[in-house]
Ligand binder design. Structure first.
Ligand SMILES: Cc1ncc(COP(=O)(O)O)c(C=O)c1O
Ligand SMILES: C[C@@H](O)[C@H](N)C(=O)O
Length: 387
């Protein structure tokens, strides 16, 4: 070991159910970073970055990959690259991250109109949903023709049925539309559905594959596509300030994340979520979506539960929540499952006596007032999200 000591005890996200983005680098990742290549990745000279891009592209069955520092950047430059001559539109699920959580990137970077669609089955867009809402390029000068269908797999933790994806792909090809996948949690879908990433790769024109979610790398995504597409994405990445230099450090950490039994790790996260979903069903706690993978979405509106009460009940049992979404990941300790059940039960019982009807706008972000915790200490201001 060099004279640089690793932090004596770095904090893991062992009780953090707010998101799978809170996982922390493992010691193996930190050690791998110490011997990472240090070339300038903007000039394509960082070996570990190139190796990561090639590895992920090959896993997904694409010609090329591009390391991006975030999934937001990866999604937005992919969609920008698929779009040529405005006016045009992108059709997606009304809950899609590219529409709801990427700060209007589609409007600003791509000058695109978004057609957000509510799935008729409540869970995922079908080809029929798409046909009913897409804007044909038929010369109507009032319209912004749909040029890209952007799907998310998983979305709300739901695994997209393969046969539906294949149907959508066939129709997109017949109608000259591109098909992008926000694959922030495509690893979860692949594991749960037992479908190789390459099979998803045969369906989409591009996939943004996050490394920093359930896989557990500290940051980044790899955008995959054909060579010409990725070359242009690289141009937009640079334009958006995403041309990072010695990214080998991050690439090596991501390689460890991918190599360290990701399938087993994700299966465990999913089983914890399935256990909690079964518990909610037994207790009569309504859920927004089927818990196919690592997320349990409690239907706060139907349960008339106040998210801040749930967050505070979570803190009472030393688990971190930020609203109705309970996000499992591989660093969650086993006993957190029983603790979050206690928190949910108490918040649900509280709601029966003190129903909370949130008829206001969808609040993406808000802070609860501080309070005294079970030990008599002031709880830091709790920031909660709509989830
Ligand atoms: C579905 C989905 N897509 C994309 C992103 C964006 O990733 P990042 O936070 O790395 O920008 C996230 C959130 O992290 C996400 O949940
Ligand atoms: C908040 C959102 O952007 C993030 N992707 C998450 O799932 O936690």
């Amino acid at each position: 070991m060099t004279d640089m000591e690793l932090p004596p005890a770095y904090i893991t996200a062992s009780n953090d159910l707010r998101s799978d983005t809170f996982t922390t680098p493992t010691e193996a990742m930190m050690k791998a970073a110490l011997t990472a290549s240090v070339g300038d990745a903007v000039y394509g000279e960082d070996i570990d970055t190139v190796k990561l891009e090639q590895k992920v592209a090959k896993l997904a069955g694409f010609e090329a990959g591009l390391f991006c520092v975030s999934g937001t950047l990866s999604n937005q430059i992919a969609l920008r690259t698929h779009l040529y001559q405005p006016p045009y539109s992108v059709l997606c699920d009304y809950r899609a991250h590219v529409y709801t959580h990427e700060a209007a990137g589609l409007a600003i970077l791509s000058q695109a109109m978004v057609v957000p669609v509510i799935p008729s089955n409540g869970n995922y867009l079908t080809l029929q949903d798409i046909k009913r809402h897409y804007v044909p390029d038929d010369g109507d000068i009032h319209a912004a023709p749909t040029k890209v269908i952007s799907l998310e797999n998983t979305l709300h933790g739901i695994v997209y049925p393969l046969e539906e994806l294949i149907r959508i792909k066939g129709w997109c090809m017949e109608n000259g539309l591109k098909l992008h996948c926000d694959g922030a949690r495509i690893w979860n879908a692949a594991v749960q559905a037992n479908i190789p990433l390459k099979q998803y790769g045969e369906i989409f024109d591009s996939i943004s594959i996050c490394l920093s979610k359930s896989i557990g790398a500290p940051m980044g995504s790899v955008l995959v596509g054909d060579v010409k597409f990725i070359k242009k994405c690289n141009h937009f990445r640079k334009q958006q300030g995403g041309g990072v230099r010695q990214s080998g450090i991050m690439a090596r950490m991501a390689m460890v994340a991918i190599e360290d039994n990701w399938k087993e790790r994700l299966h465990r996260s999913h089983s914890l979520a399935h256990n909690l979903a079964a518990f909610c069903k037994k207790q009569g706690i309504p859920l927004e979506s089927p818990a196919d993978t690592n997320f349990v979405f409690v239907d706060l509106r139907k349960a008339r539960m106040d998210p801040d009460v749930l967050v505070k009940k979570g803190l009472k049992y030393n688990v971190k929540l930020m609203g109705g979404r309970v996000s499992f990941h591989y660093q969650i300790e086993d006993d957190v499952l029983e603790r979050v059940k206690l928190a949910l039960s108490e918040a649900f019982e509280y709601a029966k006596q003190h129903p909370c009807d949130q008829d206001g706008p969808t609040q993406v972000y808000r802070s609860a007032s501080t309070e005294i915790d079970v030990h008599g200490n002031a709880i830091q201001e709790i920031k909660t999200y709509k989830y």
